[in-house]
Design a protein around this ligand. Sequence first.
Ligand SMILES: [Zn+2]
Length: 102
Amino acid sequence: MNLTFCDKCGAELPQNAKFCQTCGAASNVIEPTKNRPTRAWYLMPIFFSILGGIIGYFAVRNDDRKFANRLFIVGIVLFLVGFIGTMLFFGALFYAFLHSPP
Ligand SMILES: [Zn+2]
């Protein structure tokens, strides 16, 4: 149940009512302002990679599902980039080691 009330006379309003049926005032339904999670959550996956992505996902999931998904994806992408980068680095190191002059 999600009841709303007229902010002029306090009468109960049907959901999504445009006007108050009691006093005729345009209903200015004050919806509970959604807690938009701060974009600072992006720092989580940036610093902690996939772990930060998962933590951020669960932290903002209830407030902003899309943002939560984005944090999760950023975490995975950064994890993969870091993983591939590390592999390339050590691969190059190994290659250089094998081909180094005696
Ligand atoms: Zn009213």
